[in-house]
Design a protein around this ligand. Structure first.
Ligand code: ATP
Ligand code: MG
Length: 155
């Protein structure tokens, strides 16, 4: 399935516009609006939707969220989804893709999610043959790097 990921990202960001304004968040998108890839629309949507929701819920206010298409090779497109917020303590970082894993900070407790979002993100990437990693940026905040397959035109 051909997925217009450039448009999909704009749709996801637009759907959070009220929250973006309320939290004085800046969103930088560095992805060609015409970019396409090979994947399942709902799965790709769930990746960007969950990362966006998390960044808005947990990273803090007055932050910048950045979505970049930073590389491509013959098989994959590479994306960086990052924020410059509070990040995640290193001891939790290796577990955040696990189902039901949440960090018991005041912020998460108050928001009461189920801890499935990042497990879904990871499965959605891996199911589509990509890879995903996460790290704390040295400047502060979280950075997710992930790959998704190129759309190759066949005739
Ligand atoms: P759900 O997504 O099911 O509603 P959730 O958001 O708690 O619940 P995940 O999306 O898997 O679950 O996220 C796991 C935990 O990682 C969150 O509870 C939060 O503590 C932390 N987290 C996720 N993204 C960020 C971020 N951008 N900055 C800081 N902490 C984050
Ligand atoms: Mg979540």
């Amino acid at each position: 399935e051909k997925v217009s990921v450039g448009k999909l990202i704009s749709e996801v960001v637009d759907s959070f516009q009220t929250m973006i304004n309320r939290k004085s968040v800046e969103v930088e998108i560095d992805v060609d609006p015409e970019l396409v890839l090979k994947g399942n629309y709902s799965l790709v949507f769930s990746i960007f939707q969950n990362l966006m929701e998390n960044a808005l819920n947990y990273a803090g206010e007055n932050i910048t969220i950045s979505i970049k298409h930073y590389l491509e090779d013959d098989k994959f497109h590479y994306f960086a989804f990052s924020d410059n917020g509070i990040g995640i303590a290193e001891e939790h970082l290796s577990r955040i893709f696990e189902r039901f894993y949440r960090i018991d900070s005041g912020r998460s407790r108050k928001l009461g999610g189920t801890g499935l979002g990042l497990a879904i993100v990871k499965h959605a990437v891996v199911y589509q043959k990509g890879e995903i990693t996460v790290r704390n940026r040295k400047e502060g905040g979280l950075e997710f790097l992930f790959s998704l397959p190129r759309f190759i035109e066949t005739k």
